[in-house]
Design a protein around this ligand. Structure first.
Ligand SMILES: [Ca+2]
Ligand SMILES: [Ca+2]
Length: 268
């Protein structure tokens, strides 16, 4: 028991020493950085010197001009409060802050060294729909509709003819797939004018939809006559035919067979 306590104490000592050596290294670096600028204080604008001062300590701090003994000097400080000024910046961790002061305020609070990546909001790269994803999009969309119908989504009793057993989409008949597409068309066409406009399709797009970033390109391609409305005929043609074509190609390449419903055939 005594040995165990001694061991714990030793470990604690090693841990504290490691921490204090990191902390003192930070302080040392900070002092070196400040010493390097000292000869220029009073000769160069402190705001300019601030641009050159790297902040190690306190962790998360930024350089501000402060008065020390009547002299304006550059100093690394943690902001206690920040102006309301809106001048967004993006941190190296990809988070947008209202202004740079807020970035350092949080960095200090979390004791995390977080630098400025650039002025302005962080730019989130838009997902690009690859050709491969675009090809499989109709199939994935029908798969999703099938799942919604099995979950008893509103109006899904129109799809009663579709087996509720968890058979994959590829085992449905063409007619069943067509009905599935038709049912979803009815749900989306809220004003019942027999066409899906931009507003109807907007309802379809949300984060749970598979390959959501391919949606816009796909729906545009469904509008065969480019009148900005997708009719039922355009919809089913686009969805059912293309998902079948993709699946047959996919199966023949990946599985060495172009048969759609391998599972059922295997069961017989
Ligand atoms: Ca409509
Ligand atoms: Ca159209």
């Amino acid at each position: 028991m005594k040995m165990l306590v001694t061991l714990h104490l030793c470990l604690l000592l090693v841990f504290l020493q490691a921490r204090s050596s990191t902390a003192s290294k930070g302080r040392r670096n900070q002092k070196l950085a400040e010493d390097r600028l000292r000869p220029y204080i009073g000769r160069v604008e402190p705001e300019e010197l601030c641009k050159l001062l790297k902040c190690y300590k306190p962790v998360g701090s930024w350089c501000q001009v402060v008065e020390e003994d009547g002299v304006r000097v550059p100093k690394c400080v943690c902001p206690k409060s920040c102006p309301r000024q809106v001048a967004p910046v993006c941190s190296v961790l990809g988070k947008t802050y209202g202004n740079q002061c807020l970035l350092h305020k949080e960095a200090c609070r979390k004791r995390r060294r977080t630098g400025l990546a650039h002025q302005g909001h962080c730019i989130v790269p838009e997902a690009v729909c690859s050709e491969g994803e675009y090809g499989q999009f109709p199939f994935r969309l029908l798969d999703w509709f099938l799942l919604l119908s099995r979950m008893g989504d509103p109006g899904s009793n129109n799809t009663r003819s579709i087996p509720s057993t968890p058979l994959p989409q590829s085992c449905l008949s063409r007619e069943q797939r067509r009905r599935l597409a038709e049912w979803r068309f009815g749900v989306l066409d809220r004003n019942k004018d027999g066409k899906l406009g931009r507003r109807d399709l907007k309802k379809l797009r949300y984060k749970h939809m598979p390959l959501e970033h391919c949606a816009q390109r796909f729906f545009q391609s469904c509008d065969a006559d480019s009148n900005k409305k997708v009719t039922l005929r355009e919809w089913t043609g686009c969805l059912v035919d293309r998902s079948e074509i993709w699946f047959q190609q996919f199966m023949s390449v990946k599985m060495g067979s172009s048969k759609l419903c391998l599972q059922v055939e295997n069961n017989h």
